[in-house]
Design a protein. Structure first.
Length: 238
């Protein structure tokens, strides 16, 4: 192989690497364009990830408090609740929440579905097996987001842990390739709320999602600015 061929191959590789890097920057929140103002009454799809246990309890409390003063649930014409496999309690909590909204709003509260995806990592699961279960979870998240009957969600809301982290990174992957125009349409913006239990430092999920979530909220003032992006707006779940 001649010197010219080697230089050409190296130059091509560097150009492609630069293009790939610039594309990644384009879909990350620091450089992502602000969303267009949505017309009132237009269909909106909200996806909420319930992380089981205390994560689910905090999320349901936040949503319940948000509905009463300012969140008009009828603005979200379809809601997708994502729970991990084996987490029947979170699935039940989502159904109970929707039943309560339906009682309050009647037929104007839109539709919902509860979807189960494989758990990204089980408690006490050996660390070396985690990449395999995360990949399995990620593939099911791709199927849910890209081929779900209700299309891409407009907004993804989560407070962790692992399954939610995998789902958010999956949204970045799909937007990177602009699958079915999801990025150009401004789909799958994400909000991550750090757990109230994280007082002195962010969780691993929080540290990872600081790079890719559109907004990162913390519940203790000393964590404001963590990861360069964390916002503090007071305690949200109590």
């Amino acid at each position: 192989m001649g010197a010219f061929t080697i230089k050409l191959a190296l130059t091509t590789f560097l150009v492609l690497l630069s293009i790939a890097w610039l594309r990644l920057l384009y879909v990350l929140p620091r450089f992502r364009a602000r969303p267009n103002k949505r017309q009132r009454g237009s269909p909106t799809h909200l996806l909420v990830v319930l992380g089981s246990g205390g994560h689910t309890a905090e999320m349901m409390y936040m949503l319940d408090n948000a509905v009463r003063p300012r969140l008009n649930w009828s603005d979200y014409t379809h809601r997708t609740w994502v729970v991990s496999s084996g987490d029947s309690v979170s699935a039940l909590r989502a159904k109970q929440f929707e039943d309560k909204i339906h009682t309050q709003k009647g037929s104007n509260c839109g539709t919902y579905e509860v979807v189960t995806v494989p758990r990204a990592r089980k408690i006490y699961q050996p660390l070396w097996t985690s990449p395999f279960t995360c990949l399995h979870c990620g593939w099911e998240c791709v199927r849910l987001l890209a081929w779900g009957k209700n299309g891409f969600p407009d907004l993804v809301m989560t407070n962790g842990p692992a399954t939610a982290t995998v789902l958010i990174f999956t949204t970045v992957l799909l937007r990177y390739f602009n699958l079915k125009g999801c990025h150009s349409q401004g789909k799958m913006r994400s909000i991550y709320v750090e757990s109230w239990a994280r007082v002195k430092g962010m969780s691993l999920s929080g540290r990872l999602l600081c790079w890719v979530a559109d907004r990162v909220l913390v519940q203790w003032e000393q964590l404001k600015g963590a990861g360069g992006r964390a916002e503090y707006h007071g305690v949200l779940c109590f």
